[in-house]
Design a protein around this ligand. Structure first.
Ligand SMILES: NC(=O)c1ccc[n+]([C@@H]2O[C@H](COP(=O)([O-])OP(=O)(O)OC[C@H]3O[C@@H](n4cnc5c(N)ncnc54)[C@H](OP(=O)(O)O)[C@@H]3O)[C@@H](O)[C@H]2O)c1
Length: 274
């Protein structure tokens, strides 16, 4: 199987490296293209580096489109004349719908939403496949993505909210712990570096403890926050005040997701009417 990656940014680079690392596909069968060619020129000794997206499309059996939503339409138009009816097209973007994409290429299209945690093989990668994807196509995509970790299939309408606890969450978790670290600094002379290390190890350790011992969030709270104790004082504040913040967070992200999809739809429709 020849795999092509269009867009060598945060996600494209990670997917290319993970597939190569897993040796699921040999490097000679991996293709990369990027708008700014200079960014991928150094890869020529290892992979097939393409000067254009069309060159990549002519060679690859499965193409990952790893670009921002505003750039997807141009790429679909570029690759359209070069792909066969069996080429699998996989978009990493949750906002551009199958309906929008199929107006340009009525092909086998899927979406795959990874998380940066795939870099250390700890992601849940979401996938959803359009109706033209056969069971064999889906299995081929899943097998390929399993080189990074677990794969979860969701219906298209759930990909948006599904992305929040997967691809957005590393950002949310980091922001939350940044706030906690800043508050802690105000209450101690322990160095910032030490506070961050303590938080990071406790955060990872808590996650591993829960996974290995099948504990729920409430189980951990009950284990640590003894009745009338110090931890309970802190957890009370969190349960009292944080829901307002997290409800607002999901309201805002889902609103932004709708706006992005509408903007993309306008963009796709304007071009199709030219
Ligand atoms: N970041 C995440 O954690 C994450 C998680 C899941 C899904 N996603 C989705 O994945 C997609 C990519 O995100 P990202 O964070 O990797 O973006 P990014 O870091 O901004 O990278 C985008 C890459 O696409 C290239 N590009 C743009 N237009 C192109 C074109 N016409 N032909 C070839 N290459 C082109 C850019 O090239 P230049 O070098 O010229 O800028 C850049 O290298 C987005 O749709 C995003 O929603 C991201």
């Amino acid at each position: 199987m020849k795999v092509g990656i269009i867009g060598y940014g945060s996600m494209g680079k990670m997917i290319l490296e993970k597939i190569a690392e897993a040796k699921f596909v040999e490097c000679k069968d991996l293709y990369a293209a990027n708008r700014t060619y200079e960014k991928i020129e150094h890869l020529t000794a290892v992979y097939n580096v393409c000067k254009t997206n069309a060159e990549l499309a002519a060679a690859a059996d499965i193409i990952f489109i790893c670009v921002r939503p505003a750039d997807i339409r141009t790429i679909l138009n570029e690759i359209k004349p070069l792909i066969s009816k069996n080429t699998l097209i996989v978009s990493l973007n949750g906002s551009i719908t199958f309906e929008m994409m199929s107006k340009i290429i009525d092909h086998k299209i899927a979406k795959a939403i990874p998380s940066v945690t795939a870099e250390i093989n700890r992601p849940k990668t979401l996938i959803c496949c359009s109706s033209l994807f056969s069971d064999d196509d889906r299995i081929a995509l899943e097998d390929l993505l399993k080189c990074m970790g677990d794969v979860i299939e969701l219906p298209e309408e759930e990909i948006g909210m599904g992305s929040e606890p997967v691809s957005c969450m590393p950002g949310f978790i980091s922001a939350i712990f940044d706030v906690i670290s800043n508050s802690a600094k105000k209450h101690t002379n322990i160095s910032e570096q030490q506070i961050i290390q303590m938080l990071l190890h406790t955060m990872v350790g808590t996650g591993n403890l829960m996974l290995e011992k099948c504990l729920s969030f409430n189980d951990v709270v009950a284990r640590v926050a003894a009745k009338g104790g110090i931890t309970e004082e802190g957890t009370k504040v969190i349960y009292d005040m944080l829901p307002k913040v997290t409800d607002e967070m999901f309201d805002k992200t889902l609103e932004k997701r709708i706006q992005t999809a509408e903007k993309a739809r306008d963009n796709f429709e304007q071009i199709n009417s030219i």
